[in-house]
Design a protein around this ligand. Structure first.
Ligand SMILES: [Cu+2]
Length: 159
């Protein structure tokens, strides 16, 4: 069912900007589920561009603020910072993943429930400066590659 929704979203994009939309492919998108009170989360995906492009912005009706972020180690501390644009070199796949680049959803209006979908619109710019949107229905998942952030759970079972 999720795949069907994704295809519908992609088909709509193809109709509005045929040539360019086909030059950028986004696969395996997912966003990390949040718990009540959590105001921010990350969305991840693989982006490929045949002719090269830049991811210049992202937005979602589910979040007050959506940014493109980079996470990196700086003196043993994981730091996260907004990047103005993410370069997608021609023919290469750029992976947005936990611990690296991600689309940051902030000021969430409601928690993102596991197994739901969150709409995210990505704006790409090609070498000629032409912008194009890719609209995604991103599946929300609890699972991730990093489990380290979950350990608070254990200490929370007071009856
Ligand atoms: Cu971030």
């Amino acid at each position: 069912m999720k795949f069907k929704k994704l295809c519908v979203a992609l088909a709509a994009t193809c109709m509005t900007g045929l040539a360019f939309a086909q030059a950028v492919t986004v696969v395996e998108p997912w966003a990390r589920a949040t718990v009540q009170g959590q105001k921010a989360t990350g969305a991840f995906m693989k982006i490929t561009s045949k002719d090269g492009a830049k991811l210049v912005s992202a937005s979602s009706p589910a979040a007050g603020v959506t940014e493109i972020h980079e996470m990196k180690m700086e003196k043993d501390i994981m730091k996260m910072a907004a990047v103005p644009a993410l370069e997608i070199p021609a023919g290469k796949t750029v992976e947005l993943k936990p611990g690296g680049y991600h689309v940051m959803l902030m000021d969430l209006k409601a928690p993102l429930a596991d197994k739901s979908n969150v709409p995210i619109t990505l704006v790409f710019e090609n070498a000629k400066g032409v912008k194009s949107q890719v609209e995604l229905q991103v599946p929300v998942k609890t699972m991730g590659m990093q489990q380290g952030h979950q350990h608070d759970h254990k200490h929370d079972h007071k009856h």
